[in-house]
Design a protein around this ligand. Sequence first.
Ligand SMILES: [Zn+2]
Length: 86
Amino acid sequence: MATSCAACGSELMVPGKLSADQNLTFVPANPKFLASGSKVHIQVNACAMCGHVQLACDPEELAAKAEPPETPNPTAPGSSETESAE
Ligand SMILES: [Zn+2]
């Protein structure tokens, strides 16, 4: 999978990690499971052209381990009405 630099667009990205001891992980604020399995592994890439370091995680892994953000549901009865004046 080609990763391009978000800063300069270069594809000369060098994969690595920020911690010398352990792989970097992201812990969701509202994990679905309050266990060590709620950590999401972070992929770290550094741009060889401009030095920009960017972090990413697997969105499927994140969705599986974190609660989805609350989305407004205008059709649900009892919810706060936003602009349904018809
Ligand atoms: Zn770059």
